[in-house]
Design a protein around this ligand. Sequence first.
Ligand code: F3S
Length: 689
Amino acid sequence: MEIIRARSAGFCAGVTKAIELAQRAAKLSDEPLYSLGPIVHNHQVVEKLAAQGVKVVHDPAAVPSGRLLIRSHGVSPEVWEAAQTRGLTLIDATCPRVRRVQELARQLTREGYQVVVVGEAEHPEVIGIIGWSDSQAIVINGVDQLEMVPASARLAVISQTTYPEDKYFQVVRALVECCHELRAYNTTCPATRERQEAALELAGQVDLIIVVGDRDSANTRQLTNLCLRCGIPAYQVETADELDPTWFNGVKRVGLTAGASTPEWIIEEVKERMMEFSEDNAAAQEQVKTDLAPNLDPKIEEQDAEEGMDAHFQSFKDIKPGDIITGTVVQVRDDEVLVDVGGKSEGIIPLKELSVRNLASARDTVRTGEKIDVLVLRVENDEGNMLLSKRRADQARAWDWLEEAFQSKKEITGEVTQVVKGGLLVDVGARGFVPASQIERSYVANLGNYLGKTLRLRVIELDRSKNKVVLSQKAILEDEYARAQQELWENIAEGQVRRGIVRRLTNFGAFVDLGGADGLLHISEMSWTHIKHPSEVVKEGDEVEVQVLAVDKAKQRISLGLKQVTPSPWQKVEEKYAVGQIVTGRVMRLVPFGVFVQLEPGIEGLVHISQLADRRVGKPDDVVRVGEEVKVKILEIKPAEQRISLSISQAKAEAQAAEYREYLDNQPPAPMVTVQEAVGEMKSGVDQK
Ligand code: F3S
């Protein structure tokens, strides 16, 4: 596993300076030292400082005497005065950037502007800034709270230093439209921006990101959310102990970043623990990219917020990493796509950033002239091109509608892209997993049959932070089956003809799925001819049309007939056969009272034992054998009862009589004599005597 660290991560200059001040003060004097609020949003650091004698208080009134350290967030003038009134020695570790925001709030309020702070109302830095505006400033967390801003006022918009810049610009953009006079000062801290840009850059290179930082730290939370918005699994941990080895299963490249309140030693501990999880620890250590070291330079960038104010006001239309924009495909190569996003040079989408699928060529998925949404990974790479990701834009959008589909249980579709251990991977904008047990209502033996097929799916598990989408086709099929079951039992009736699927064969018949319940098709109802096994007529999977012969709703049993939906040979039996007719048939079965002879498929007649021969017969097999062809005379036909009476003995007698007649017919005629000749012959006979 390769571990890549963000080029900017961990303590910012302001926090570094505050901690140095605290440590130095603790060393210099034994006079009690207090920090007004935790010096940094990090429990581990606070505990370490406590061990060095820095106690945390939340109100200057709680400090009996000694020194009070003002942390980098700063405080309001009231708090400042309260501490001085108590005679406390103040150590000011307010970050110079925060100090400038406080000054802006005071100055703009005095100039008659309604100051709007874009940020979190409860954040200590924001509470301090409000104090510097004589408690006149309004705090909004984004465009959703614009109604709190008076429409006609002269407005001045500033930002919490650690607040997402895009939210600040969204507010400015909205207020431009509706106020008479607006002054906008982008007071977001570059340290925050740098960490966010570095995290976005990292998101383009790795499969998973670990964000190290305290859960109370706003900038760390925002880093985590930013990574998640890029469609990358991101976990926020406070310490190495919170790492879960299963997160790294199958992960080749993992990114490591940290908020501005995270010390270097915790980042290092996390990195080392991840290396222990790596299957090849030694190899991983070599691969760790230490060249992307965090910005630990305690020197504050001395950029004047006043100088930048107009530039910032103008720049809200600029494209930033993390933005999703629309572009037009201008060229498609095998390994990348060039996109016109309206800039001076084209943006590039590398092949791996094109789709959640493993593509052989970029030509498989986009065409020149096509309009597509892309997420900005870097505004400019080394060649001056914007680095873009269609995959992440698709994923970011997909997550929104996947969440909606999850909540509403809506049916969606997805193509199967890969067979993996235990199930299928499907493309639903993001990469989804369908466990083998969730594909069909019955067991699926060969998952490979589903490759390339489109499944009907329902989201059954969703965890954006883990990039986990679990889907089920079975859930939809089960629901449909339940509905069909209800409909079937309400409407099924004897005599109906229904379609069904043969699900299972037994020696005595077949079970047919009618789409809601299985009915039994008995072997005797399969064919008009006698069959020995159901497989002679149907096989599993056959779609058949069957007649409902009987329904028992109480016992939920349905009897079906297959032969009933084909014409019965008995219908035309009187047209084809007549009493007295002698026909040829085949002996099918011997029974104690006679034999059954088939005249044609589906038409069998009985030769009673008394009609087998012109003598007394003890057992039928004394006379005939099964399969033997015999001549029979039709004695009686009863189509309604499906019965024909036959006689072998009468057929034989008639055959013999016919034979004798034929013999006689073939004898030579007697010679002709006259009466006189005959008398003469008689006399001659008498004389001789
Ligand atoms: Fe200061 Fe920026 Fe850090 S405002 S405290 S340098 S995040």
